[in-house]
Design a binder for this molecule. Structure first.
Ligand SMILES: *[C@@H]1O[C@H](CO)[C@@H](O)[C@H](O)[C@H]1NC(C)=O
Ligand SMILES: *[C@@H]1O[C@H](CO)[C@@H](O)[C@H](O)[C@H]1NC(C)=O
Ligand SMILES: *[C@@H]1O[C@H](CO)[C@@H](O)[C@H](O)[C@H]1NC(C)=O
Ligand SMILES: *[C@@H]1O[C@H](CO)[C@@H](O)[C@H](O)[C@H]1NC(C)=O
Ligand SMILES: *[C@@H]1O[C@H](CO)[C@@H](O)[C@H](O)[C@H]1NC(C)=O
Ligand SMILES: *[C@@H]1O[C@H](CO)[C@@H](O)[C@H](O)[C@H]1NC(C)=O
Ligand SMILES: *[C@@H]1O[C@H](CO)[C@@H](O)[C@H](O)[C@H]1NC(C)=O
Ligand SMILES: *[C@@H]1O[C@H](CO)[C@@H](O)[C@H](O)[C@H]1NC(C)=O
Ligand SMILES: *[C@@H]1O[C@H](CO)[C@@H](O)[C@H](O)[C@H]1NC(C)=O
Ligand SMILES: *[C@@H]1O[C@H](CO)[C@@H](O)[C@H](O)[C@H]1NC(C)=O
Length: 573
């Protein structure tokens, strides 16, 4: 890569909060408010009262919301075989192999044979899954959906999509289900992959995106998705929050050595699509390492909202080790349980999408509001994903609600208190719940205003029988502190669990091993190059290690900068 001096200043209004001076802080807050008012009607935002000096008054139950945002598991995959009362499970379920021809028999769902570390991502289509082959899944009114059509969309592909975990394989999740709440009906916000769902979960829109792309590919004119996030709202209301990452790279005032032994992917500490939102990127002063999370949990000083990004090797994305995801859940739970803030804590664990796993429940489409955020650029944008009006939800996803304020062994159905008669729990319930619990003055879009809110699930008095400890997690297939991953000299065999996606098709899939930069690395490289206004390197020539090294050094540069422009005296190599 040629060295280059970056000189370009940034067009997009961008600032990072610096706690150094009160007046700089209040100027930044005014600027943030103006940005937000491009998207939120002034009346709704009650802008006369914003930004606030003191947080609004709020309910007296919850001071700390912790969101552990995991990757890629439909609800049936983890909870379908647990026989939980009230949970629409999957034991004994089967799908006609060909809905037009009963003689072709059935695809049987199995319980208990799911691999902890898969070799290839499962292939069940998240977008079309329940539609007839010639059906219309994109525009309201959609075609009728039926589970009977499921086989057409990859349900049987190599078995893993229909191979579910038995409770004894996931003892930590099973213990959570026994002791706290599990959602029978919590749907993904978009019937698609990670990026659009990450955006909905944090900003209640995906700006028209229906696949894993950046805003420019959806007709946008800037590097960052421009819409306000729940963090922007918290900031304007002076309610505290932090992002906790599994890295110290550039965080907590630490140098970015990028050699966190726990995480070979530490270089991409916060990945697309989250940092691709300006409403995340501008809060980089709130990016912290997970070490701080554990310390603050222990001393009761967690912020009002903790957004916990799992270590990539424990994020449960295929094909990382599910045993490590179990261990992470145990660690996060036991950390908040043991801390002095436990009695005022609500821990929500959700998976961002169904992840190529089959789920048998037909997702609802009645009454779901269209995405009318003004970051949606009208027209057709071929690289943005299928054109879609967002008036239906995606497959059920795995989700748990954990707190002394939730009933033991609860299984949640549809919301009982609306706010409308078609409201559902879905990933956009996250910003809705945060808005309601912290009494923020505005919803982000009409979608979070519609989604069910978890505050209706809280008990009147907290329980005192919550366990201090959860069962041990299964043993991982490789240690938590792995040696640097290696490619055997004679083959491209994957030697460490890879980030294996299903939906790009096998030809481009990431499971080609460490001799290639994977799709996620490639996307992160494009984003960071854009964020720094530097040329995109030729990713086709990069292997996994080169891609990681590139990301690590550029992430460090970006974390160092007080804006998105590269300091002029920095040599990029
Ligand atoms: C993008 O377009 C909007 C609306 O037309 C405009 O306000 C904004 O300045 C543009 N941003 C950039 C980076 O050009
Ligand atoms: C936010 O509230 C804290 C007290 O909770 C106060 O010290 C701080 O100055 C406030 N920030 C702003 C920007 O008003
Ligand atoms: C929410 O804040 C408003 C003022 O903005 C206040 O009147 C109301 O009582 C608060 N609600 C709760 C539940 O504290
Ligand atoms: C599914 O199960 C049925 C009965 O339990 C069995 O007859 C059939 O062969 C199974 N199908 C497959 C594809 O394994
Ligand atoms: C299924 O397995 C076959 C044979 O191993 C392989 O060629 C194909 O790519 C796999 N498909 C998926 C979606 O994993
Ligand atoms: C990364 O995660 C591992 C496992 O949870 C933990 O032991 C380690 O301290 C974390 N590191 C940072 C810097 O967050
Ligand atoms: C709690 O832990 C944080 C993170 O280590 C530290 O900054 C803070 O001073 C501690 N607070 C108390 C009251 O011990
Ligand atoms: C939490 O509440 C329970 C039951 O009310 C009480 O026994 C316990 O001491 C409280 N724990 C803390 C850390 O305040
Ligand atoms: C979206 O639609 C709602 C309800 O019709 C309306 O109140 C809101 O102003 C619209 N927002 C935008 C940005 O068009
Ligand atoms: C929901 O309420 C609207 C009117 O507000 C009504 O037209 C509709 O039939 C109701 N739907 C259901 C499912 O109750």
């Amino acid at each position: 890569m040629a060295a280059r001096r970056a000189t370009t200043a940034l067009a997009l209004a961008f600032f990072v909060f610096t706690p150094t001076s009160a007046s700089a802080d209040s100027a930044a807050l005014q600027e943030l408010l103006e940005d937000v008012l491009h998207f939120i009607p002034e009346s709704a935002a009650n802008s006369a009262e914003l930004p606030r000096r003191n947080p609004p008054q709020r309910q007296s139950k919850i001071d700390h919301v912790v969101v552990l945002y995991m990757e890629n598991h439909a609800a049936d995959n983890f909870f379908g075989c647990m026989d939980l009362p009230g949970f629409d499970g999957i034991r004994g379920h089967r799908i006609p192999a060909d809905p037009a021809d009963p003689s072709k028999g059935f695809i049987n769902i199995t319980c208990g044979a799911a691999p902890y570390v898969c070799t290839q991502g499962p292939g069940y289509a998240t977008f079309n899954g329940k539609f007839a082959k010639d059906g219309n899944p994109h525009k309201y009114p959609y075609s009728q959906q039926s589970d009977g059509y499921s086989a057409w969309w990859g349900a049987a592909e190599n078995g893993t999509a229909v191979t579910m975990f038995a409770p004894e394989q996931v003892p930590v999740k099973a213990a959570i289900a026994q002791n706290f709440g599990v959602f029978n009906k919590l749907f993904t916000a978009v019937p698609s992959a990670s990026s659009p769902n990450h955006l909905f979960t944090q900003s209640a829109t995906s700006c028209g995106m229906t696949s894993n792309v950046l805003w420019k590919q959806c007709g946008g004119n800037g590097t960052y998705f421009p819409q306000p996030t729940i963090y922007d709202s918290l900031r304007l209301h002076n309610v505290s929050f932090s992002f906790f990452m599994n890295s110290t790279c550039g965080l907590d005032g630490k140098p970015c050595h990028g050699e966190d032994p726990h995480d070979p992917d530490a270089g991409s500490a916060i990945s697309t699509p989250d940092v691709a939102m300006i409403g995340v990127a501008r809060h980089k002063d709130r990016f912290m390492s997970q070490e701080i999370f554990y310390q603050q949990a222990a001393n009761g000083t967690l912020p009002a909202l903790s957004w916990v990004l799992p270590p990539i090797q424990a994020c449960d994305h295929p094909c990382h080790d599910i045993a490590k995801g179990e261990r992470l859940l145990k660690d996060v739970y036991e950390a908040v349980r043991a801390g002095p803030g436990w009695n005022r804590t609500l821990l929500f664990v959700a998976y961002d999408d169904a992840g190529g796993y089959y789920d048998h429940v037909v997702p609802p489409s009645e009454g779901v509001p269209a995405d009318n955020s003004s970051c949606v650029i009208p027209g057709s944008h071929p690289d943005c994903g299928p054109e879609f009006d967002f008036r239906r939800l995606g497959l059920r996803t795995t989700a748990m609600l954990i707190s002394p304020w939730v009933a033991k062994g609860a299984v949640y159905q549809e919301p009982k208190r609306g706010p409308t008669n078609t409201s559902q729990f879905e990933l956009t319930s996250v910003p809705a719940t945060i808005k309601n619990l912290f009494n923020l003055s505005f919803f982000l879009t009409q979608r979070d205003a519609w989604a069910g809110s978890f505050d209706e699930l809280l008990l009147e008095v907290p329980r005192s029988d919550t366990p201090l400890h959860l069962p041990d997690a299964p043993l991982p297939a490789s240690p938590w502190t792995p040696p640097p991953p290696r490619v055997p000299a004679d083959t491209a065999t994957v030697v460490t669990p890879q980030h294996c996606s299903s939906w790009h098709g096998q030809a481009e899939a990431q499971c080609r091993g460490l001799t290639h930069a994977n799709l996620k690395q490639q996307r992160n490289i494009r984003l960071l190059a854009d964020m720094l206004d530097i040329p995109v390197p030729d990713v086709s020539k990069m292997d996994y290690f080169a891609a990681n090294a590139w990301l690590r050094s550029r992430w460090r540069l970006w974390m160092k900068g007080s804006s998105t422009s590269v300091p002029q005296d920095v040599e990029i190599v």
